[in-house]
Structure formats: structure tokens, C-alpha cells
Design a protein around this ligand. Structure first.
Ligand SMILES: [Zn+2]
Length: 320
């Protein structure tokens, strides 16, 4: 069967959150799924149970010392895993392992052609560095995914596309000198928003110059500005023809997010997903893995993520 879209749903994933009332609270998955059910999309997807990653998988991207630190602080639930944005809680290691493991399971299913598209709502934790947490992100599932696609599955040229309001610094700097990691990131200008990076001149280093596209958007940028900038993303992907596409579709770029200042509507997310689905078959056999990323207004994340899911479903049938 190759005509399906997989979605990862379950308490193990929902548990990745920093407590009720926190912007990244454990109610985000439920807010999305309720909307998916109300809109009838939930009944059309293949639901997959969250899967945990083992330590060896994490260490394809993260340093053993950092993984050890998360394990230790997960037992006590005390302190921060970075300089003060990402608090530990009891069981945070296990919760973070389910985020990464679900993404890796989605990759396995996509490559085995069990499905054509996959969506992991609680994932796309793009700020974590190889040796540290950052910005609510404990393990960088995107980074682990890239390393796993290469070392385990033998793919080389991977594209990472990110429309979250924040710059995907944890992915960008880990692969800044890597000419086969095609990176495109539209984010709120770093002069106005965490993490402050992702200037237009940051286009890769050494042999990787030109394989990275950072597009800072001014505060209050709307759908028209998004669509104009998005053309450059498609041009980059056409030029480098990736074998696999990772799509971080953070919903905090929608107007009304409590911690950012962009003003897209969910139509931007729909537009991006449709553009990625249209990429020629020969580039990556139509495979697309979407990860929910940020999004702290529950209503917005429900609408943006279901917009992406709808596009994945519309484009999921394989001819013949
Ligand atoms: Zn974000």
C-alpha cells in the first residue's frame, strides 16, 4: 500500500511539553487532533503509535555527554538543559526519545513505501544543538533524521525546509559546511526574535556556499510576502534535487502567536506544503516528512497543521 499519509498520535508524544500553561504545553497535540477529527481528516490518515528512539540513534547527532546529561536530569526533573529556556522535568528523556523515535519510524515507513507522506505533530525541535538543549528543544529530531537518512538508509542529498517563525539554528549550524544538506528557512528577522540568527548572508560555508537559503521576514509580514519569498525555496530545491525532504511547518508564524510577530494565515502553510508535494517525482519519489515545529496559539496550530495534513492527503495517491 503506498497511497497513505501516516500521522503519529499518542500520549507518549503529547507528554513532550513543559507543563500546563507553558507555551509549549502538553495540550498541543490534542488541540491539533481535535481539529483533525472535526474536519474529517483524522479518519483518512493512517494513525501510527509513537515510537521511542534508542540511545545509539540519538548519538548519531548528539554528543554522548549531552545525552548522559539529559538522562541524569530526567531522573530528578531539576534544573535547566540550557541557559534557562528549557527546563528539565521527570521523564523528559523518555518524552524526547518518543519525538525522535517517531520521526525515525516515519522515515522507515516512507522509505519502505508503506506511506507516501508522514506527519509527526510534536517534532521539528530545530533549536537543539549537538551538545545542548535550546529554545524548548531537547533533542534535535531533524538533525538525527538527517544523520540517520545518510548513515542508516544511504541517502546523501537531503533538503530541510523550515517555515517556523524562529530560525532553525540547531540544524543550520550543524550542517553549515555540508554541501549536501540543502537548507531553506523563512523566519522572523533575528533582530526582533529568538534566536537572533539566520541573516540573509548566511548561505553556507566553504563548498556549501549557496546550498543554504536564509530569508529573514520583517515583523508583521503576511501571506503575500511569504508567497514571494517561497518562490526562492522552490528554485533552490529544483536546483539541487534532493533525495528526501524534511518540512518543519511551525505554526508560530501565523498572526496571533503569543511569542512571535509574523502575520501569515494557514494559507501560507497550505501553499508551502502544496509546493513541496509538487516537486518532481524523480527528485525524491514524492516522499515528504512534515514535522509540526512551534506554534503556541492552540487555535492557530490546529488550523495550520490540519491545512498541511489536508494537502498531504490530497497529494498522497499514487497513480496506478
Ligand atoms: Zn518557533
Amino acid at each position: 500500500m503506498s497511497a497513505d499519509t501516516c500521522v503519529y498520535i499518542g500520549d507518549e508524544l503529547a507528554r513532550y511539553g513543559f507543563g500546563q500553561g507553558h507555551p509549549f504545553g502538553p495540550d498541543r497535540l490534542g488541540a491539533f487532533w481535535k481539529q483533525a477529527q472535526a474536519s474529517g481528516l483524522a479518519a483518512r490518515v493512517m494513525c501510527c503509535a509513537p515510537v521511542s528512539a534508542d540511545r545509539a540513534s540519538l548519538e548519531r547527532f548528539h554528543t554522548p555527554a549531552y545525552v548522559e546529561r539529559v538522562i541524569r536530569q530526567s531522573k530528578t526533573g531539576e534544573g535547566y538543559l540550557d541557559l534557562g529556556d528549557t527546563p528539565a522535568f521527570p521523564g523528559i528523556y523518555e518524552a524526547a526519545c518518543y519525538v525522535v523515535g517517531s520521526v525515525l519510524d516515519a522515515i522507515k515507513r516512507l522509505l519502505a513505501e508503506e506511506c507516501r507522506h508522514a506527519f509527526v505533530p510534536i517534532a521539528g525541535l530545530h533549536h537543539a544543538r549537538r551538545d545542548s538543549a535550546a529554545g524548548f528543544c531537547v533533542f534535535n529530531d531533524c538533525g538525527v533524521a538527517i544523520e540517520t537518512l545518510r548513515r542508516v538508509h544511504g541517502l546523501q542529498r537531503i533538503a530541510y525546509v523550515d517555515i517556523d517563525a524562529h530560525h532553525g539554528d540547531g540544524v543550520f549550524y550543524a550542517f553549515e559546511s555540508d554541501p549536501e544538506l540543502i537548507f531553506a528557512d523563512l523566519h522572523e528577522d533575528g533582530r526582533f526574535l529568538y534566536p537572533g540568527t539566520g541573516a540573509a548572508g548566511e548561505s553556507g560555508r566553504g563548498t556549501a556556499v549557496g546550498t543554504k537559503l536564509n530569508i529573514p521576514m520583517p515583523p508583521a509580514a503576511g501571506d503575500d510576502a511569504f508567497r514571494a519569498a517561497w518562490r526562492r525555496v522552490e528554485a533552490l530545491l529544483d536546483k539541487f534535487q534532493p533525495e528526501f525532504i524534511l518540512f518543519q511547518c511551525g505554526a508560530d508564524s501565523i498572526a496571533g502567536d503569543p511569542i512571535t510577530h509574523l502575520a501569515y494565515t494557514p494559507a501560507a502553510h497550505r501553499h508551502a506544503a502544496a509546493g513541496l508535494c509538487r516537486l518532481p517525482e524523480q527528485h525524491c519519489s514524492g516522499r515528504l516528512l512534515a514535522m509540526g515545529g512551534g506554534g503556541y496559539n492552540r487555535h492557530n496550530l490546529a488550523l495550520a497543521w490540519t491545512a498541511v495534513l489536508e494537502v498531504l492527503l490530497e497529494n498522497s495517491s499514487t497513480p496506478g
